[in-house]
Design a protein around this ligand. Structure first.
Ligand SMILES: *Cc1c(COP(=O)(O)O)cnc(C)c1O
Length: 469
């Protein structure tokens, strides 16, 4: 063995102890870590001939890189839809690396990692009150979950026309209807060879809504004259957290032949609260659902899962099969993840979610969701109590979409947001909503509290003054 490796092997305990202590220091100090950082690094490193050893590499990391890390797992990072990481989820994440299992076959000799993944999916189905007619698996994010789901939808579409797209390539235009898709779904259409322009945009409901207009949907369906299609619907749009009407879409299934996909990356967690579960009523009728764990489940990146109806298992295998003769049958018998999703070798990606679910239970996640949503409302109220801001849309769940008051201020929105973000106390992202420039604040982090709202409002008020100078 290389002598540096040998040294590290002998020094394992000390090395991990230092990494642990560093993690504790960072997480305990999270409130003081800036939410943004303009400093950058010079890419000076040439590959060293001889190793530094873990301790020296850690020192270098601490000197050059660690000071530039931003508090994206912290309570005032409201950009995109960014969750944090709970203690239990960090344990799961660390241990997934320590145990370093390759999570593929259920019946692998001496491995239960795929079964742990099954168990985790099972716990998640219970958390979200979904039936066990879905088979699920973990992927890196909602983008890959959309990819997996729409990949199977693509195969389904071909089969409706007697074609096997997975084997022979796409030979027909695939009909896709959607109203307010997330950008990642459009990226998936490109990756899947369907074409990022090859979809029909259905109108949204009149007024301040992003949800699909069912009347226009039906008109568009009728234009297809009984041809099959794929519907990409939304459980939580990123600007205003709007939801399509899933009960109504379910009823359309009696009349029309379509694959129904729901992107519920964060909005799916509405299901854990009595107050919000009506938003996802009827979603169990979908063929496939996308859910992110690194958002509202507050586990570290990269964690998301797809749910695809078991009845489509063969289509899923046709799309992703790796070995010669995969057989679905009873999924607990001969199942291998490498035949049903994009990756072959996979880490024990379910473990952070498994730990989080066991550690905090249904009540824990209900509390996180209800805390986030009440803080979003509180923030919205604080915004409109000032003379400087207006909401661009009602607050339906956890996302606040707002802007500087008055259309004459539209050109200042970008500059204002830069001022706010540069100060490093809060981070939010820009958006355009119904033709108006705005700012999004998304509440999903388990640590955020009332005190943070006070700090954020202070930052916004002083930034308004800076803008006027
Ligand atoms: C965040 C998000 C995505 C993309 O998720 P990643 O985890 O970044 O891949 C897709 N859809 C919706 C609705 C989202 O909020």
């Amino acid at each position: 063995m290389n002598s540096i490796l040998q040294h590290d092997l002998n020094d394992f305990e000390n090395i991990l102890e230092k990494a642990k202590q560093q993690g504790i220091n960072f997480l305990n100090n999270l409130n003081n870590v800036p939410t943004s950082n303009k400093n950058t690094i010079d890419l000076v490193n040439n590959l060293n001939e001889f190793g530094l050893g873990s301790i020296e590499a850690l020192k270098e990391f601490n000197e050059r890189l660690a000071p530039l890390m931003v508090s994206s797992p912290g309570p005032r990072y409201l950009g995109f839809v960014t969750g944090g990481s709970t203690p239990a989820s960090i344990v799961g994440d660390w241990l997934a690396s320590v145990y370093d299992q390759n999570t593929q076959a259920v019946k692998a000799q001496g491995g239960v990692s795929a079964l742990i993944e099954f168990e985790t999916i099972n716990l998640l189905l219970q958390l979200l009150e979904l039936p066990d007619s879905f088979l699920g698996g973990f992927v890196t994010g909602a983008t890959m979950s959309n990819f997996t789901s729409l990949g199977v939808a693509r195969q389904w579409f071909g089969k409706q026309l007697g074609k096997d797209f997975a084997k022979n390539g796409i030979s027909e235009t695939i009909n896709i209807l959607t109203a307010t898709p997330h950008s990642s779904s459009i990226k998936c259409l490109s990756m899947l060879g369907i074409g990022s322009q090859n979809y029909t945009t259905v109108k949204t409901i009149e007024g301040n809504r992003e949800a699909i207009d069912l009347h226009d949907l039906e008109e568009n369906i009728q234009k297809l004259s009984s041809k099959p299609f794929i519907l990409i619907s939304s459980a939580g749009t990123v600007n205003t957290a709007d939801f399509d009407d899933f009960d109504a879409i379910s009823k359309l299934r009696d009349k029309y032949n379509f694959w129904w996909h729901i992107d519920a990356a964060f909005g799916g967690f509405a299901a854990v609260s009595e107050k919000f579960k009506h938003l996802v009523e009827g979603w169990e009728g979908a063929d496939s659902i996308t859910i992110d764990c690194h958002k509202w489940l507050n586990v570290p990146y990269e964690s998301a899962f797809y749910l695809i109806k078991k009845e489509h298992g063969n289509l899923q295998i046709e799309t992703f099969q790796n070995s010669n003769a995969p057989y679905l049958g009873n999924p607990l018998e001969n199942f291998n993840y490498l035949n049903v999703l994009p990756e072959n070798s996979r880490r024990l990606r379910a473990l952070p979610a498994w730990f989080a679910l066991r550690a905090y239970g249904k009540e824990g996640f209900k509390d996180i969701v209800e805390n986030s949503t009440s803080l979003a409302l509180h923030f919205g109220n604080a915004l409109i109590a000032t003379e400087s801001f207006e909401l661009l849309a009602p607050i339906r769940l956890n996302n606040v979409c707002f802007t500087l008051k008055g259309s004459h201020n539209q050109e200042k929105v970008g500059e204002f947001l830069n001022i706010v973000n540069d100060k490093g106390k809060v981070f939010m992202t820009p958006t355009v909503y119904k033709g108006r420039k705005g700012i999004r604040a998304s509440f999903v982090n388990w640590r955020t509290n009332e005190e943070d709202i006070k700090i954020i409002m202070e930052e916004l008020k002083t930034s308004i003054l800076d803008l006027e100078i």
